[in-house]
Design a protein around this ligand. Structure first.
Ligand SMILES: [Zn+2]
Length: 73
């Protein structure tokens, strides 16, 4: 699982019962992760311009991976 902000690796913190990003330090509850991914999908697929926004491009690639992984369930 990866951070929706920076796509860094997330580690589960049992004490906080949340996921902590090893790259940017953000903490996420499981439901917050789901929400953040949905919001990113809306933003990126809503108005995606690959020349204009390198960050959006990276996030889209990551989300493509995320969605394909989710579909396999
Ligand atoms: Zn992060």
């Amino acid at each position: 699982m990866n951070c929706p902000e920076c796509a860094g690796e997330l580690k589960y913190d049992r004490n906080r019962r949340s996921y902590v990003c090893t790259r940017c330090g953000a903490t996420w509850k499981r439901e917050e992760l789901d929400e953040a991914h949905e919001k990113l999908l809306d933003e990126i697929y809503g108005g995606f311009d690959e020349k204009k926004d390198e960050k959006a491009k990276r996030q889209k690639e990551y989300l493509d991976w995320w969605v394909s992984k989710e579909k396999k369930k």
